[in-house]
Design a binder for this molecule. Structure first.
Ligand SMILES: [Zn+2]
Length: 419
């Protein structure tokens, strides 16, 4: 597909020598994107959704404290000042008003378990209160999934997020696409949306999703939990004798290809080593034509577990549509795609399937051993998509969609196993 070609051209054109940290620190585009993102109080949606719903475990409190410190380590000039038009009594009225409406209309059960037990967390900023209101009015995963999902054997009167014994021992491998030397798709700032790099958002969504899944009782592994290449050392991960280091002076094209394949194998290995039950490769799309927009998912039709690949791809597609619509964004549904139609290029040499979820490529790739899908949430190159992707309500809708799809996938699986 031409959008894949575009990305590869773009990457090989301005690629810095790999594994040289000084190169990354000097990238002005990246720094600007980070500042933009820091101004929006990173991770606050996560903090607030946790504190708004239930009491935190010690582990979670520690994680939040780390993130709080991380955020406050940012120079003050980078952080956004609270908007002057919002006085604090007004904010309180808005938040309490939302509580009253929600408790009245939806019923006290779930909200009371979390909403009335505030937990000690960093003092909220204006932005984070805005996020809290959005989180409260966003449909909960349980509320939305009941409309379409299969009936559970034991309908529970307390749908507060507590570990579900059925999910104990289920391992989910989240693969936030790109990172480190590979920024994925990027965009410049304009009047509609900020400067963005795909790698940051993929990781941001994945971290929030991990927290949600752990609360439900799943075990989560991530191919990366920082802005790094998974194969940071530049090792010959797939054992073909080729590395970037060995080749970049004599054959840059082959060097890039070796680097890409080793990186993909490193990601697959994380999921395989963890004996994961499901692999989700999380991406944002991009294209030369900024008019192209929407969400799509990919599955491999060349695996022994193809029906499961396809099922998750369909669930993720459906939930993305549902959750983005519920958040007020009319995103364009593209398709659930078979990777036989992908025509993937890895640095000028083609595979006929996506590597991360596709079959063995003899001598080059040992395939992932579990069902999986690639999810391209929206287009970073489209202004409206990018605005939604970078907004607090957008992030929450996307994480909701992943969470709902995973829950529906395993609930169905458990049912068919039980029969
Ligand atoms: Zn991507």
């Amino acid at each position: 597909m031409s959008d894949r070609n575009y990305r590869n051209q773009k990457r090989s054109g301005d690629q810095p020598p790999a594994w040289d940290d000084s190169q990354y620190a000097a990238l002005p585009k990246r720094n600007r994107a980070r500042k933009q993102i820091s101004g929006e109080a990173p991770y606050s949606q996560e903090e607030l959704e946790l504190q708004g719903r239930r009491k935190l475990s010690r582990k979670e409190r520690e994680r939040l404290r780390e993130r709080y410190e991380e955020r406050h380590a940012v120079p003050p000039s980078v952080r956004a000042a609270p908007p002057p038009t919002r006085s604090s009594p007004w904010r309180k009225i808005v938040v309490f008003g939302l509580f009253a409406i929600l408790i009245g209309s939806i019923g006290a059960g779930r909200l009371l378990t979390g909403g009335t037990t505030p937990t000690p967390t960093p003092s909220p900023t204006a932005q984070s209160i805005a996020v809290a209101s959005i989180e409260l009015i966003t449909p909960s995963p349980t509320a939305t999934s009941t409309s379409t999902s299969v009936p559970t054997q034991t309908p529970s009167p307390t749908p507060s997020p507590t570990p579900n014994p059925a999910y104990q021992g289920i391992v989910i491998c989240l693969d936030p696409g790109h990172g480190g030397s590979d920024r994925g798709y990027t965009r410049e700032e304009n009047e509609v949306a900020p400067a963005m790099e795909e790698t940051f958002y993929n990781l941001s969504y994945a971290r929030t999703l991990r927290n949600r899944l752990e609360v439900l009782g799943f075990t989560v592994v991530m191919t990366r939990d920082a802005d790094v290449d998974v194969n940071q050392s530049g090792s010959d991960v797939n054992g073909d004798g080729k590395t970037y280091e060995k080749l970049f002076k004599t054959d840059p094209e082959a060097a890039n290809r070796a680097k890409d394949i080793d990186e993909l194998q490193a990601r697959i290995d994380v999921c395989n080593d963890a004996n994961a039950d499901l692999l989700i490769s999380m991406h944002i799309n991009g294209f030369t034509d900024p008019g192209v927009s929407g969400y799509e998912t990919w599955y491999s039709s060349a695996r022994p577990f193809t029906p499961l690949n396809k099922r998750f791809a369909e669930l993720a597609f459906e939930e993305l549509g549902k959750e983005m619509a519920a958040a007020g964004y009319d995103a364009r549904p593209r398709a659930v795609n078979d990777d036989a139609d992908a025509h993937v290029e890895v640095s000028a040499d083609a595979f006929d399937r996506y590597v991360i979820t596709g079959p063995d490529q003899p001598g080059q790739i040992v395939a992932s051993a579990m069902p999986g899908s690639i999810v391209e949430v929206l287009f970073i190159s489209n202004d409206e998509d990018a605005r939604f992707l970078s907004s607090p309500e957008g992030r929450i809708a996307i994480v909701n969609a992943f969470e709902n799809a995973i829950v529906r996938y395993f609930d169905k699986l458990e049912q068919s196993n039980g029969q």
